[in-house]
Ligand binder design. Structure first.
Ligand code: M6R
Length: 596
């Protein structure tokens, strides 16, 4: 969600904060603001993104401060709702990521005691509470304030009279401290400060941190001091640059051959003992959101095919409402960020129910990885584009690897079959490259599709969730209305919307669904729709049904979702590009959704 950064040291804080905020913009970009402390509070904030903030930024002298990029939850993107927020005396400045659930009650109480509110945000109650509870020491005021807050939050604050001091607190929403030489940093995520240091301390829930330029102190919400060593992070800053690509999304799509290999190697399937795994669940439930949910949905077919384990998939925010537990289940949470509140909370509920949990996560050290019983890392590297691409593809690889391992452990998959599948997996990067090399055809089709207002994606079996993901990618970055359906479901209602104005993307690869998909293509063609078929190379039949065919290399059926998804990512990207959309930062969305 929102991005948070704080700096204290010998540099001009303004420069450090602005460069960090630019790296954080993918977390939220409807408004931004900065406060620099220098005996008084210098505040600049406005609606709009970082380009706008920079254009209005005066020179600001001072060596400590905090900055924020916002993803609106309470109150529209307006200057008054932008962070930082100030107390009535304009001595304390505060930024916040998350949601304060009891903000209405607190606001009423504070108004009755004479506080004047300037914004519609839930955040502002925190700074007014701080004002009341401040008696010369900011961390003590924060300690008393968090006792009044309900919800999920990461906050950072400074006081005009406490020179060089930043105090942060975390409950559910992430916060990380960067340790420098005679300087320290605070951020909602690592890339914001990686340019300056790779030594990080991850705050845990219910912890408060105080930063001075040569000291970092942590205490828990009871005020008890906490000792924690820093960890070196392995991410590199180049990962956060576009490297000549027009958008991060395109760069990240083109990185997929490499990261597939990294995830494959990380899964240890290239070694003999890499097949052994001590997990033999009777059932699996996968919980995730958005694109990760779609990856999990494809995973269902993998676990059922290779490991014969009945698998259900549930949207993480719905999991809390289900109460049925099967025997010996494994709960798998899939999340690229490892911070998505809906998924995190669902995993916590599963743990409370005494269930075995496993996280498939990209970000090392993220909250989910610290809370689950087992972690399976995807190795996609840093993904900046809000639309998940390489993190999703590596989730599919991780799920394949996990399904193979559980299959071997449960002896539903012989070791020779497992080896065969691993060898096929090893060839996937080459096949993905073939698709990327064929981008020209997709660019031409994108021109045609960009004229439509609505479209459908069809697939069956394991390619049904791929159709859902194709539609999600298209709608989130191009704003063209798109729906994914199982091919057989169209005639039960949605067919009423199919006309010559609604292009249909039909996944008709050579597997058990092929004949049925040809039938579905016939149905939509008869209603005038232009059909783009995604088929298996060498198929001469499909062009007789579809208006255009994009071919993917021939791979085992459960590997086709990887290749088809790459085609769909390219299609969505190029349609959005033709339409001139803000591809890396689609409206209303954020990279990491840390509110429930
Ligand atoms: O970090 P997560 O994988 O848990 O995020 C879940 C969704 O918010 C995410 O997959 C979202 O749907 C994608 N960014 C859309 O491209």
């Amino acid at each position: 969600m929102c991005g948070i950064i704080g700096y204290t040291g010998n540099r001009q804080a303004r420069d450090v904060i602005i460069s960090g905020l630019k790296r954080l913009e993918y977390r939220g970009y409807d408004s931004a603001g900065i406060v620099i402390g220098n005996g008084s509070i210098q505040l600049v904030k406005d609606k709009g993104g970082m380009a706008n903030l920079e254009s209005i930024l005066p020179e600001m002298k001072g060596q400590y401060g905090i900055g924020h990029t916002r993803w609106a939850t309470h109150g529209p993107p307006l200057k008054k709702n932008s962070h930082p927020h100030l107390d009535c005396k304009e001595e304390i400045a505060l930024i916040h990521n998350g949601i304060i659930e009891n903000n209405m009650a607190l606001r009423e109480e504070l108004i009755q005691r004479g506080h004047k509110f300037k914004s519609d945000t839930d955040t502002e109650v925190i700074v007014h509470l701080l004002e009341e509870l401040y008696h010369g020491n900011l961390e003590e005021a924060i300690l008393k304030t968090v006792a009044r807050l309900e919800g999920s939050y990461a906050i950072a604050a400074i006081h005009a009279k406490e020179k060089g001091k930043i105090v942060g607190a975390r409950n559910i929403s992430p916060l990380v401290v960067g340790i420098g030489k005679k300087e320290n940093f605070l951020a909602s995520d690592v890339p914001a400060i990686l340019e300056y240091t790779d030594r990080m301390i991850y705050l845990l829930d219910e912890e408060i941190v105080t930063l001075l330029k040569d000291e970092v102190k942590i205490m828990d919400f009871q005020g008890k001091p906490v000792k924690r060593n820093w960890q070196k992070v392995e991410m590199n800053i180049e990962g956060a640059e576009k490297s000549g690509y027009e958008h991060f999304m395109l760069k990240e799509i083109f990185e997929q051959p490499d990261v597939i290999m990294d995830t494959f190697i990380g899964a240890n399937l290239n070694t003999e003992n890499g097949y052994s795994l001590n997990l033999k669940p009777d059932t699996i439930k996968i919980i995730a959101c958005g694109t990760s949910y779609h990856a999990g949905y494809v995973g269902k077919y993998m676990f059922e095919e290779f490991a014969h384990v009945p698998t259900t998939v549930e949207i993480a925010s719905e999991y809390r409402f289900s109460s049925i537990t099967t025997s010996n289940p494994l709960i798998i949470g899939v999340s690229q960020s490892g911070e998505t509140s809906d998924t995190l909370v669902a995993l916590r509920i599963a743990k409370k129910r005494g269930l075995n949990t496993l996280g498939i996560v990209n970000i090392v050290g993220s909250t989910i990885t610290r809370e689950v019983d087992h972690v399976f890392y995807t190795r996609a590297g840093l993904e900046v584009g809000v639309a998940a691409t390489k993190t999703y593809i590596t989730q599919l690889i991780a799920l394949l690897a996990l399904a193979i391992k559980i299959g071997v452990a449960k002896e539903t998959l012989g070791i020779d079959d497992a080896r065969y599948l691993s060898n096929q997996l090893r060839k996937l990067p080459k096949h993905v490259r073939t698709i990327l090399d064929g981008s020209e055809q997709i660019i031409q089709l994108a021109e045609e599709i960009s004229k439509s207002k609505s479209m459908f994606f069809l697939g069956r079996n394991m390619n049904f969730p791929v159709a859902l993901e194709g539609a999600l990618k298209m709608k989130e970055i191009s704003y063209i209305h798109a729906e994914g359906y199982p091919g057989g479901e169209l005639k039960h209602g949605p067919l009423a919307l199919v006309t010559k104005e609604t292009p249909v993307i039909a996944i008709a690869v050579k597997d058990q669904t092929y004949e049925k998909m040809l039938g579905n293509i016939g149905e939509v063609s008869a209603r005038g729709a232009t059909v783009i078929g995604i088929g298996t190379e060498g198929d001469t039949e499909l062009p007789k049904y579809a208006d255009h065919v994009i071919y993917i290399p021939k791979v085992p059926p459960l590997f086709t979702p990887v290749l088809v998804s790459v085609v769909m990512q390219l299609l969505a990207y190029h349609v959005a590009n033709v339409l001139g959309c803000e591809i890396d930062k689609p409206r209303h969305l954020a990279k990491s959704v840390t509110v429930e």
